[in-house]
Design a protein around this ligand. Structure first.
Ligand code: GLY
Length: 365
């Protein structure tokens, strides 16, 4: 069992990383001195019931409630938050009681947001069940829901009291879901740690096949990088923006395809990293050696070019999504630029025409 301490200005908490930790849930909360009388477990319907049973049988409290959440971007909305709040009110939960979330990133965002606004905040334990949520969304306290104006536009920064990342939960996930989380692990290595990238490159197969020693190391190292960033910039005023590497392109790709199942979020991020690397190399930010290393790594993941999904007729749509990216506040396009593997530039802005010309000539071959 590995423990990573997160020290943010608003809260200090531990992330436990290991195999079959849910069976030790009671032991962990005792060790963490987290006590409560009532608990509401918000569980993603996709999580096998045996995992929920394992957690349930491992702890006792006065009142245990469950809310099954059919997680999807469509259901990530205020109505579901309201349903959760109503359960808490009807059962007279106090701020000393707890919401426990067992699910992926969407469930964690909804549960965390409900926890943050109920009586201005009750205890929140997150048990992320997907690789993406274990390496990314469960760390750093971003919570929130979508509305008709866009994704994650309503929300809060609310750090959990405890995160339990159990690699046992990953075993029921389809391969595409593993790749989705892997995209963020790779991104973290590119932002901060070349040695870690070389580890990923050497052990890609073992990691994607969830070999325990390898997947555990990949999760820990990835979390350590995110920890360093969010501890310095919890509210995303500057440094945390580096976590957007590959995401300006990636979000535009998934939005252009109307978030179709043809290209899931993680795949879009991998294509986004591919595009950001090509862009960085073409405009002489990124040296050829590191560029080749990364492109070869991406090709081992099946990421080559964008012809499979897009043609030139999509160009204007892609560019307009890049300009209207919610993290963008000018008419230019903000791109996190790769300087070398392990180092990025935050503050580069480019005219849409330049990015359009680049996509047109480089990515549609
Ligand atoms: N997923 C990016 C962040 O937490 O800031």
């Amino acid at each position: 069992m590995n423990i990573l301490r997160i020290n943010t200005k608003s809260k200090k908490y531990n992330i436990y990383i290991g195999h079959n930790l849910i069976a030790k849930f009671n032991k962990i909360i005792k060790k963490e001195k987290i006590s409560f009388k009532k608990s509401l477990v918000i569980v993603d319907k996709n999580v096998p019931k045996k995992f929920l049973k394992k957690i349930y049988s491992s702890f006792r409290c006065e009142r245990k409630l469950t809310f099954f959440f059919n997680s999807s971007e469509k259901n990530k909305n205020f109505n579901y938050v309201n349903s959760i709040l109503e359960i808490l009110f009807k059962n007279n939960f106090s701020r000393n009681d707890v919401i426990i979330c067992l699910g992926g990133g969407i469930s964690g965002d909804v549960a965390g947001f409900a926890a943050s606004i109920y009586k201005r905040g009750l205890k929140f334990i997150n048990i992320p069940s997907t690789l993406l949520s274990q390496v990314d969304s469960s760390i750093g306290g971003k919570t929130g829901v979508n509305n008709k104006f866009g994704k994650n536009l309503i929300g809060s920064f609310y750090q959990p009291d405890l995160v339990i990342s159990d690699t046992l939960l990953l075993q029921s996930l389809p391969r595409r879901e593993i790749i989705c989380g892997y995209a963020e692990i790779l991104k973290h290595s590119l932002i901060k740690n070349k040695k870690f990238f070389l580890f990923l490159d050497k052990n890609l197969k073992n990691i994607l096949n969830l070999k325990n020693k390898f997947i555990t190391k990949a999760i820990i190292e990835s979390c350590k990088i995110k920890k360093q960033i969010i501890e310095k910039d919890e509210k995303e005023t500057n440094l945390r923006k580096t976590l957007n590497l590959g995401h300006t392109f990636g979000h535009a790709y998934e939005a252009t395809l109307n978030y179709s199942k043809k290209l899931n979020h993680g795949e879009a991020v991998l294509y986004g990293i591919f595009s950001a690397a090509q862009f960085s190399n073409k405009f002489n930010f990124l040296n050829n050696n590191d560029y080749k290393l990364l492109i070869s790594h991406l090709s081992n993941l099946g990421i080559f070019d964008l012809n499979k999904f897009f043609s030139k007729k999509h160009l204007n749509r892609i560019i307009s999504f890049m300009v209207s990216d919610k993290k963008n506040n000018s008419k230019k396009i903000n791109l996190i630029i790769l300087k070398k593997i392990g180092k990025v530039n935050i503050s580069n802005q480019f005219y849409p025409e330049k990015v359009k010309k680049f996509i047109n000539s480089n990515l549609f071959k």
